[in-house]
Design a binder for this molecule. Structure first.
Ligand code: GCW
Length: 663
């Protein structure tokens, strides 16, 4: 039986799968061959499209039925292969796949191509995802957390999965979410926050049925479900007196608990673990290493084909700002690189893209080039914690692409090694908001992430074209150009009006929205800029600083070591510089700060105007939501400009060369 396409509740935005995107497919004759649940998903999609647009769909006809088809979708096997081949000859477009998910991805490929899928002739192309794991991690709490709420760092309303301590039970919406994810190539979802509180801990055991219900909803779209677990589960859930990873009873408990998980969810993906980090418990309590901790869970998962994603986000968050020897940027490398080669085959070390914490500009984490014998996953943040919290437009495609293309060592890029190793992960930006991502344009971030996980070397601009083509079917040139104009440079615009030259932070403590130049300056979190009357920045050189620059292989260790060769955009991350220091771009540090802050606000004003000019081309609800957010973005950008410029004017006493207003 074809699986019906999920029905969206009134007012819920179809995002990049509006019915109109299926019109080229829906007007044609399609033949589907093969069997198994995923074929039913594909059949459901085609059946829905032809019901709307008047085409036809036929399933496994008798040989010699004499019909000719515009599209043939054929599943030839039942392997785990996710690739597909497609081509067009003699008026028929053919998609073949030997694995179940491949057929689904092939179908969405045809949808993306639109009319082009049915034009001319083209040779058979093979499409294969670079990374086997393409995951979104939800930082969703089951119970509303007193400080972090329903979704930690969530800017899109509540959780799709949980509400007020319970499973939400809106599985039709979850199905629709799975469908959107599949259409951009994502194949795994972790359904709860990596900070695992009391209630959430129980998802592993007596509440596993609630996770199984989500897994059932997501499975038809090729998505495996993962769970964040607490390291102290044996203590908090089973009353053991220890969680020591080398203790036989502990290991046995995990093995049994994991077997029970697989009894409920046979294709369960595995565990995500935040250990010894920001107050979460971990192996350090027992004098054990992170490899000991990860390998214990890996051993429990191995018989069932599961994987543990162990996060490398481990650092001292009880620092003293006067202690210049402790450098948070060094922490992941210092903790994990000595463990290279010690992790089990089904243990993946999940590494944030930068050494700090998802700032608008950071160097690529040196860990990503320093553990050749460990499966590394790259973690990106789609939820815009530090990039405007989905009130600001900040399309992260170009930033992610820069990270993925970076070559920490000569052999491979970050994208290539993550794809080969543990895969690509993004912290989700989705919630129960009618636009899914709060800011409608933030949908482009999730879409781009999925497509980059499939093909890390892809040109992000081309992926944005795809997103525009799907989300706004039949978009006029003016609309497409307008969308590019407001999205293409939005990350750099955001960078301009916030913390300068890679120094990061300067945000309001706690919620991280809006400027506070000294917000974290004397706090224990280790996120300092060290501005004084003479200069700003953190000396991370090997010669005179914390030695962080030496964590890179050549040439990067040398490039970053000296202010002469360090790229401008990272200068204050690596060096403490005087305000009068001349940048490669021909400006002094202080003048650069002033100029970028004025420029950033101007760019937001222009983007807001551009968006206003598109009113006749965009659905009114969506247009209004974006327009309203531009008002806030502009207010906030001005606040950033004024706070940052005034702060540095007052510290340095250096006037703006152009005499603009600085308070
Ligand atoms: O970015 C920081 C966030 C925390 C988050 C942590 C992490 C889930 O401020 O809210 O906790 O990173 O990545 O674990």
């Amino acid at each position: 039986m074809p699986l019906p396409v999920p029905v969206l509740a009134e007012g819920v935005d179809p995002a990049w799968l509006p019915p109109a995107a299926f019109e080229p497919l829906g007007t044609r004759r399609t033949l589907i061959r093969g069997s198994g649940p995923m074929v039913e998903t594909v059949h459901g999609e085609v059946a829905d499209a032809v019901a709307r647009f008047g085409g036809r769909v036929v399933r496994d006809p008798e040989p010699g039925d004499g019909m000719s088809y515009d599209l043939v979708l054929e599943l030839t096997g039942a392997s785990g292969d996710e690739g597909f081949a497609c081509g067009r000859q003699d008026g028929t477009t053919t998609v073949t796949a030997s694995g179940r998910r491949g057929l689904l991805y092939g179908l969405f490929h045809v949808v993306r191509l639109g009319e082009d899928a049915f034009r001319g002739e083209w040779a058979r192309e093979v499409h294969q995802p670079a990374a086997a794991l393409r995951m979104v991690d939800h930082w969703d709490n089951v119970a509303v957390h007193p400080v972090m709420g329903q979704v930690e760092r969530g800017y899109s309303g509540g959780s799709l999965f949980w509400a007020d301590g319970r499973a939400r039970g809106e599985l039709e919406r979850v199905r629709a979410y799975g469908r959107l994810l599949a259409a951009c190539g994502i194949n795994a979802v972790a359904v709860n926050n990596v900070n695992v509180h009391r209630t959430e801990a129980r998802l592993l055991t007596d509440r596993i049925g609630e996770v199984a219900a989500l897994a059932d909803a997501l499975r038809p779209y090729g998505i495996r479900t993962h769970l964040s677990v607490t390291f102290t589960a044996p203590i908090v859930l089973a009353g053991l007196e220890t969680a020591d990873p080398l203790d036989a009873r502990v290991r046995e408990w995990w093995a049994r608990a994991t077997a029970d998980v697989y009894a409920a969810i046979p294709d369960f993906g595995g565990y995500v673990v935040k250990a010894d980090s920001e107050g979460q418990p971990g192996p350090f309590t027992y004098g054990r290493s992170h490899a000991d901790g990860a390998n214990m869970l890996a051993a429990a998962l191995a018989p069932h084909g599961g994987t543990v994603h162990w996060r490398a986000f481990v650092y001292n968050h009880r620092q003293d700002w006067r202690d210049r020897t402790t450098d948070r940027a060094r922490a992941a490398y210092d903790h994990f690189v000595p463990l290279d080669g010690k992790f089990a085959d089904n243990a993946v070390l999940q590494v944030k893209h930068g050494p700090m914490d998802f700032q608008v500009r950071e160097p690529v984490s040196p860990v990503l080039g320093a553990m050749p014998r460990t499966r590394l996953a790259l973690e990106l943040q789609a939820t815009q914690e530090y990039t405007g919290q989905q009130r600001h437009v900040c399309w992260l495609g170009p930033m992610w692409s820069e990270v993925l293309r970076f070559r920490p060592e000569a052999e491979s890029s970050v994208g290539e090694s993550a794809a080969r190793g543990g895969g690509l992960v993004a912290v989700s930006n989705v919630g129960d908001d009618p636009f899914w991502t709060g800011h409608p344009l933030a949908q482009a971030n999730l879409y781009t992430f999925g497509r980059l996980a499939w093909q890390p070397g892809a040109d992000p601009g081309r992926l944005l074209d795809e997103w525009i083509g799907l989300t706004f079917p039949g978009a006029s040139r003016r609309l497409a150009a307008g969308l590019h104009a407001v999205l293409d440079g939005s990350w750099q615009t955001y960078e301009k009006y916030t913390a300068p030259l890679g120094v990061g932070w300067m945000v309001q403590p706690g919620h991280h929205y809006g400027p506070s130049v000294d917000g974290y300056e004397y706090s224990p979190w280790g996120t300092y800029h060290f501005a004084d009357r003479d200069g700003i920045g953190v000396d991370r050189s090997a010669a005179t600083g914390t030695g962080y620059a030496a964590q890179y292989a050549k040439p990067w260790s040398e490039v970053y070591e000296s202010p002469d060769t360090c790229p401008d955009e990272l200068l204050l991350f690596f060096h403490h510089m005087s305000y009068g220091h001349m940048l490669h771009n021909g400006k002094t540090v202080i003048q650069h700060i002033y100029d970028t802050h004025f420029k950033g606000v101007t760019e937001v004003e222009e983007a807001r105007e551009t968006w206003a000019s598109l009113a006749d081309l965009v659905d009114p609800a969506r247009h209004a939501r974006v327009a309203e957010r531009y008002e806030e973005q502009l207010r906030s950008a001005r606040e950033w400009r004024d706070q940052v410029n005034s702060y540095f004017f007052r510290k340095s006493g250096v006037a703006d060369a152009h005499g603009r207003r600085i308070y």
